[in-house]
Design a protein around this ligand. Structure first.
Ligand SMILES: [Ca+2]
Ligand SMILES: [Ca+2]
Ligand SMILES: [Ca+2]
Ligand SMILES: [Ca+2]
Length: 418
């Protein structure tokens, strides 16, 4: 087919399809008006400004195990970034342990977020934002995943503050991610000549928790004040899954109307609906989940949702599973069983007497107690003259190769091959 003919067919098809397009795509529910909304700018440069991870930033790929690939622009100013994005575009879904970021069009009620998330021991019913598994059939379907928003599980304090050379405009900062400097020396709220000490064109302010203004010499106070779950400069909320999510699973991030803006009004959606209409189908299970009014979500209803979007995690450990199955003679790599049969080649000492001094048993390897019995059974089966004995009990000291261990022996070392 020549190009002209092909274009003509597309035109005809488009014309035929027109009447079907007059019905506007529908969202899960209409959104309510709000002064401050989630930010969604697809045309922002250098990259779209949208909540991430997000399946809107993926594309269909029949060759992908999940039929999905991340779709990051490969236009970048440096070859390093181009290479990085090329690699990102090979992923078949989003990370299971990656931070989740969403920007707002204005400042949000930080103290409210803190009260709901940072100080109540992961009580979920009052949370202002949820991360919910919406994959039917998944073992955690309908359940909220725990996220850290200020509970302190992901500190971002630098161990070494002075490692960034002599022309670093922020040699004293505790964080590589967030600013601690107040550039507004004359406190007029404007960037005046000489104030932009890091030359980024932005009037930087310390990214501290509401109400905290530690002095420059108060390192502990600064560490406590540093807010790692919200970036004031871009009004970006940062959630981090507390434990890895499930692979190949679709999650909804649900921003509730419990989340308020700086004036105490609920935040809203950038669209007439509470979601981007391209995700209505993926988010449909959320309707059923919320219809049940789950107590763990504090009885959250669809009408309480300000905005929601979905993302799908990629394949994380299937390659390891495939190798493991192959070693056991199963699956497409079953040849591995014969190519690399399991055999006992060497028994390594739990510690090496040669590497040990009387005061520093630094060559000590730790084996969990429950694994030890299995290991010993395996050895007993392979080594006919192995004599497995019960070693010293807690508190006793053990002699090995003529030397006495400097510390009492923990219970897990009671089994000893001699
Ligand atoms: Ca809470
Ligand atoms: Ca100023
Ligand atoms: Ca600046
Ligand atoms: Ca800056």
């Amino acid at each position: 087919m020549n190009r002209k003919h092909f274009s003509f067919e597309i035109l005809v098809f488009s014309l035929l399809a027109l009447p079907a397009c007059t019905d506007a795509p529908e969202g899960l529910a209409p959104s309510q008006p709000a002064d401050t909304t989630v930010k969604m700018d697809f045309l922002a440069k250098p990259l779209p400004d949208i909540p991430l991870p997000n399946d809107l930033a993926t594309r269909y790929d029949a060759t992908s195990p999940t039929q999905r690939r991340i779709n990051a622009s490969q236009l970048a100013p440096t070859s390093f970034e181009i290479l990085t994005r090329e690699n990102i575009d090979m992923l078949d879904g989003w990370g299971v342990f990656a931070p989740i970021t969403l920007s707002f069009t204005g400042l949000i009620d930080l103290a409210g977020v803190q009260a709901a998330h940072a100080k109540d021991g992961f009580a979920l019913a009052n949370d202002v934002i949820y991360l919910i598994d919406i994959t039917p059939g998944s073992p955690t379907y309908g359940k909220p995943a725990l996220v850290d928003i200020g509970q302190g599980n992901f500190p971002v304090i630098l161990k070494d503050r002075a490692g960034y050379w002599e022309n670093d405009p922020r040699p004293d900062t505790l964080s590589l991610f967030f600013d601690e400097t107040d550039e507004d020396v004359n406190h007029n709220g404007k960037l005046d000549e000489g104030e932009d000490t890091d030359l980024d064109g932005i009037l930087d302010k310390p990214n501290y928790l509401p109400g905290l203004t530690p002095t420059a010499t108060d390192l502990a106070g600064r560490a406590d004040a540093l807010m790692y779950w919200y970036e004031r400069e871009t009004n970006t909320l940062i959630l981090r899954p507390l434990t890895p999510l499930r692979q190949r699973t679709t999650y909804a991030v649900v921003v509730t109307r419990r989340l308020k803006d700086a004036n105490g009004k609920p935040v809203g959606s950038p669209f007439p609906t509470i979601n981007h209409t391209a995700q209505t189908e993926a988010l449909a299970p959320l309707k059923d989940i919320l219809a049940a009014g789950p107590p763990e979500l504090g009885g959250l209803q669809l009408a309480d949702v300000a905005f929601t979007w979905s993302f799908s995690t990629g394949t994380i450990y299937d390659d390891l599973n495939a190798v493991r199955n192959g070693l056991y003679g199963q699956g497409p790599q079953a040849y591995l069983q014969d190519a690399y049969p399991a055999e006992m080649s060497h028994v390594w000492p739990v510690w090496s007497a040669a590497d040990m001094t009387a005061t520093d048993p630094h060559n000590l390897f730790v084996v969990p107690g429950e694994k030890m019995t299995d290991i010993m059974r395996l050895i007993a089966g392979q080594v006919p003259d192995a004599n497995i004995v019960s070693g010293p009990v807690d508190g006793e000291r053990l002699s090995l190769a003529g030397r006495t261990m400097p510390h009492p022996v923990p219970r897990l070392m009671r089994y000893l091959l001699r």
